[in-house]
Design a protein around this ligand. Sequence first.
Ligand SMILES: Cc1ncc(COP(=O)(O)O)c(C=O)c1O
Length: 389
Amino acid sequence: MTGFLPYGRQSITDEDVAAVVATLKSDFLTTGPAVTTFEESCKSAFNASNAISVSNATAGLHVAYLALGLGEGDILWTVPNTFLSTANAARLCGADVDFVDISSTTFNMCATALEEKLRSAKKLPKIVAPVHFAGQPCDMQRIWELSEEYGFYVVEDAAHAVGATYKGQPVGSGKYSHAAVFSFHPVKIITTAEGGVITTQSDDLAEKCRKLRSHGMYKSAELAEQHGPWYYEMDTLGLNYRMTDMQAALGTSQMSRLKENIDRRNAIASNYHKAMLEMPYGCQRMNPDATSSWHLFVITCANSTERRALYEHFHQNGVGVQVHYIPVHTQPYYQALGFKVGDFPMAEDYYSRCLSLPMFHAMSEDDQNRVIELLKNFNAENYQHSRTA
Ligand SMILES: Cc1ncc(COP(=O)(O)O)c(C=O)c1O
């Protein structure tokens, strides 16, 4: 029996280690020159005029929402098929949250459902936060057109989409949103251990984000002249959501392999797709205007019983498949706010049948063959069913 194969994991090279060690031996451990260098590399990778690093993407969403003025009395809409953070960060701002159901084929926000919900809404959202699920960009042009018609802000939850593109531009370049937020958690495309970045084309929004991630403090040459070089002021309640220089040094080193990582993930996805041609599982439909970063490779089973059996089959054989995501509105916290099971049927049906296969750039061909063989054996021995998505 070979070792346990997780669904995702980081890869750390000697160069990454050397970059972190060099920072440890430098004058800066907290936010210093390595953070500035990493933010420059994010600007370049995401073709963004501003990149504000943060301690993680949850912090990034919180800061981006606050910077756009989200607060009590406002509503943010997102999808149920996401990690808790997209919705929780709005609750932390004091805002209400509501959800837009997903498409049964792309597993992303359904733009038609968004349009219908906007048309009949008693109260319009201040922010809509589409999530590029699994690294596959949403229909951003349509969402942007709706934002212009209905007057809401768009914050892309791009936690999965580091290195994805939409209409020929990197996700994060901001043509169809006010801000995008990326995650550098170890299972993501590149890592800073914990970490995230906000990108925006708006200098004003960037300035607000910078202030909010660091206690709401600011300094200026004018203030220094007037009061002394130590002087700072605070006019907004902020947080300490800063990235450290150690994390940033790791990030810059990792970023140099972004294309390599995406190429490898594409090759893995393509092998999985080939294997799926012989098996009755559903796969995420690709957006023809986009390229995915392949954070996740998700299949859908015929029903929840089969998904449970397949999950157990993989785990009994040392393969750590996962389930993404339990619909956020079904969590006890959100149920206590009034959401019910049945409110968002597409996300609930998708959740009952989905399974994420191992997908990470350091995965070997043997690793992938092992996954495919297990899937084939399971399918041959246990179930005969038809393609469902
Ligand atoms: C869709 C999505 N949004 C936000 C986050 C939060 O990212 P972080 O762990 O960097 O706070 C995650 C984390 O997995 C995620 O998957």
